[in-house]
Design a protein around this ligand. Structure first.
Ligand SMILES: [Zn+2]
Length: 259
């Protein structure tokens, strides 16, 4: 599932390929990915340009001037910029056609991705109850988000209203690096550990962005290549265990992540 580093990669891709060209038409192949009325989407987008984009958590908001086009990538979303009709990617759901004859395809293999239109970036964040962006937040914002929270740390990292952008895979890496058991309560951490957690959130996401979300190229000393049954911890060689929390399976080393 695309998490923050993957969506940041899509953002940079869109910025490099698709800004400042007039959108002359849209092809909606499957309107089940629309959270907005199809005619309103057309009206909002056609004859406008993608002027810039902002990523917040796992959402990409593309500035159209008066409005924003919102992209969420669900479980399997992607973007492809292409020229020839024959190159239309498989599983394209919506295609934006530009005046230079190129196209941007919004792809979703399953139906979980979503497109929407909003008038205000801030209202959208409020409506979706999103916390601060996990990569851009300051230490003070992080500490502010922690106030009065008593949840299990893994659940909290996955909770988009706490901080936005972290999913199952990167939360495992963050906890591994911070040597925290996924089931520890957040309010039991001292200030020093909270700051360490903050630093590791930033570093794990930064590394993910540099890797453009490609998990297959992670070096052995990360937990990510060992997130499966019968794998061993790259540090202590103990067997990796898993825990099911909020419907997701987290992996951890019971020896390194005792706390
Ligand atoms: Zn270990």
């Amino acid at each position: 599932m695309p998490e923050l580093p993957e969506v940041e990669t899509y953002k940079r891709y869109l910025d490099e390929t698709s800004l400042d060209q007039i959108i002359v038409s849209i092809k909606v192949i499957d309107n089940r990915v629309l959270d907005v009325d199809e005619s309103y989407l057309r009206k909002s987008v056609i004859n406008n340009r993608f002027k810039s984009s902002i990523r917040h958590g796992k959402y990409l908001l593309v500035n159209l001037g008066q409005k924003y086009l919102i992209m969420h990538f669900g479980m399997t979303g992607d973007l492809t910029y292409y020229n020839k009709k024959d190159d239309e990617p498989k599983f394209s759901k919506v295609i934006f056609h530009f005046n230079n004859d190129f196209n941007l395809a919004y792809i979703s293999r399953r139906m979980f991705g979503r497109l929407d239109i909003t008038d205000s970036f801030k209202d959208f964040i409020k409506k979706k109850k999103l916390g601060p962006d996990a990569f851009k937040m300051s230490l003070d914002e992080f500490k502010g988000a922690l106030t009065r929270r008593i949840a299990i740390v893994k659940n909290l990292l996955l909770n988009q209203s706490f901080v936005a952008g972290i999913g199952n895979i990167y939360s495992d890496e963050i906890l591994f690096r911070t040597k925290l058991n996924p089931k520890i309560k957040i309010d039991s951490l001292d200030e020093c550990k909270v700051e360490e957690l903050y630093t590791n959130i930033k570093e794990v996401l930064q590394y993910g962005i540099e890797k453009q979300g490609d998990l297959s190229t992670y070096p052995d000393h990360f937990l990510i290549p060992h997130r499966k049954k019968e794998e061993h911890c790259p540090i202590c060689k103990n067997e990796i265990e898993y825990v099911d929390l909020s419907g997701r399976r987290g992996f951890f080393c019971p020896n390194c992540q005792k706390r």
